[in-house]
Design a protein around this ligand. Structure first.
Ligand SMILES: [Zn+2]
Length: 368
C-alpha cells in the first residue's frame, strides 16, 4: 500500500474483547468448567448482559451467536490440555496482524483448512461462527449495539482521523469522507473465508475503495503467494495497514516509444522500489493489480494524455517551459503525492521527458 492508516481506537473494539473472553475464559476452560451456562460470563458483566439478552431473544442473529458459542464450548470440552494450548497459539497468532504481515515466524498463521485436518467438526463450527461475526444482522442487534456502538460511527471516526481522502491501496480513487452520508466497505485484509479468529478484529478490517476491495482484491490471499504448479502455498510479506513506520514506494515509468496518441499498456514498463520493501511491494502489486490500473491511467484520454497536453498548453499559452512545469510538479508530488494523482503524473511526465516528448515542445515543434 502507498501509505499506512492510523489505527483509530473505538467502542467497537469491545467486540474483539468479548470474543477474546469467550475464547480464553469460556471455550479454553470448557474441559474443567462444567456444563454451559450464563454463569461462564459472570466475570465480564457487559458480555453477560449481551449473552442473557441473546438467550431470551428469538432474533436470528442472537440465536446464531448464542448457539455457536454454546456448541463450540461443547466441542472444546472434549479437547486435551495440549490441544487447547495449540488453539491458544493459533488464536494469538491470527490476531497479531502486524507480525503476520511481516511473515514473522513468531506468529503462526492458521487457516480453517489446517484446523480441519485434526478437528473437522470444531473447524466447521468455528468457520460458521467467525465468518458470521461481521454481519449486519448480528451487529445491529440492540443488546450488542448498546455495548459496541455501530460501524457507521466507527467509519466517521476513522475517516476523521485518516484525512487523506484517497484509497491508500491504489492512491487513485477517493474514499467517502465524514461529509458523505454513505461509507466505503471494510475489507477483511486477511480474508475471513480463509482465516479464523480475526474477522471482527479492527486491525484486520480496513476501509478500501470499491475497486480495490470488490474488483481487484476480492478473495485473494495477501499472506500467501499464488499457488505454484506443485500446489504449495508459500507465505509472503505484505504491508501492515496500520504500520507506524512510514515507507515510500518509488515508481519509475518507461515508455517504449514517443507516439503518445497510440500509447497502449504494452508500451509502458513500470519499475517499483526500494528493494528493502520489495517483497511487500510485489504482494501489493499482485493483490491489487497495480500495474494494470496504473498503465490504464497513463493511457487514458483524461489522465496520462491530458497531463502531457497540460505541459503543452502551459507552454503555448502561458510561456511556461516544460522544465518549469516539471519543477513545480516535482514540488507538488513531494508535498501532496496523492492530490490529483501527482505521484503518477510526475512519474509519467518524467517518462515522457526521457523519451523526448518534451524536447519536441522545447524545440518549438508545437510552440506558437
Ligand atoms: Zn483503491
Amino acid at each position: 500500500m502507498l501509505f499506512p492508516y492510523t489505527y483509530v481506537p473505538h467502542q467497537m473494539d469491545k467486540m474483539q474483547t468479548f470474543i477474546d473472553y469467550i475464547f480464553h475464559e469460556a471455550w479454553c476452560k470448557a474441559p474443567t468448567s462444567g456444563p454451559f451456562g450464563l454463569n461462564l460470563f459472570d466475570a465480564n458483566a457487559e458480555l453477560r448482559e449481551v449473552m442473557e439478552a441473546f438467550y431470551y431473544s428469538d432474533a436470528q442473529g442472537a440465536d446464531f451467536f448464542y448457539g455457536h458459542v454454546e456448541r463450540i464450548y461443547g466441542l472444546f470440552s472434549a479437547l486435551s490440555a495440549a490441544q487447547i494450548s495449540q488453539f491458544q497459539q493459533w488464536y494469538q497468532g491470527n490476531n497479531d496482524l502486524e507480525k503476520l504481515c511481516a511473515n514473522d515466524p513468531a506468529a503462526q498463521l492458521v487457516r480453517y483448512t489446517d484446523i480441519a485436518v485434526t478437528h473437522k467438526d470444531l473447524g466447521g463450527q468455528l468457520a460458521v461462527f467467525f465468518k458470521g461475526l461481521y454481519s449486519q444482522s448480528l451487529l445491529d442487534l440492540a443488546a450488542l449495539r448498546a455495548k459496541i456502538g455501530d460501524i457507521d460511527h466507527h467509519y466517521k471516526a476513522f475517516v476523521t482521523a485518516n484525512k487523506a481522502g484517497k484509497c491508500p491501496f491504489c492512491g487513485i480513487n477517493d474514499l467517502l469522507s465524514e461529509y458523505h452520508s454513505k461509507r466505503e466497505a471494510y475489507d477483511h485484509y486477511l480474508p475471513k473465508a480463509l482465516y479464523p479468529f480475526n474477522s471482527i478484529n479492527f486491525r484486520n478490517l480496513v476501509p478500501a475503495c470499491h475497486h480495490c476491495n470488490s474488483s481487484y482484491k476480492t478473495s485473494k490471499d495477501p499472506a500467501h503467494k499464488p499457488k505454484d504448479p506443485a500446489g504449495e502455498a508459500v507465505r509472503r510479506k505484505v504491508f501492515y495497514p496500520f504500520s507506524t513506520a512510514p515507507h515510500a514506494i518509488k515508481l519509475q515509468v518507461t515508455l517504449q516509444h514517443a507516439d503518445i496518441e497510440n500509447l497502449t499498456p504494452t508500451d509502458i514498463h513500470l519499475t517499483f522500489g526500494p528493494a528493502n520493501i520489495g517483497e511487500q511491494i510485489d504482494t501489493w502489486r499482485d493483490v491489487y493489480d497495480i500495474e494494470e490500473r496504473y498503465k490504464a491511467k497513463f493511457c487514458a484520454e483524461n489522465d496520462g494524455k491530458y497531463w502531457l497536453t497540460q505541459v503543452l498548453d502551459e507552454w503555448q499559452y502561458d510561456g511556461k517551459s516544460p522544465a518549469d512545469f516539471l519543477t513545480t510538479l516535482s514540488r507538488q508530488a513531494t508535498s501532496k503525492p496523492y492530490a490529483e494523482c501527482n505521484f503518477l503524473k510526475k512519474s509519467f511526465l518524467d517518462a515522457c521527458q526521457r523519451v523526448g516528448l518534451l524536447d519536441a515542445i522545447e524545440k518549438g515543434e508545437n510552440a506558437p
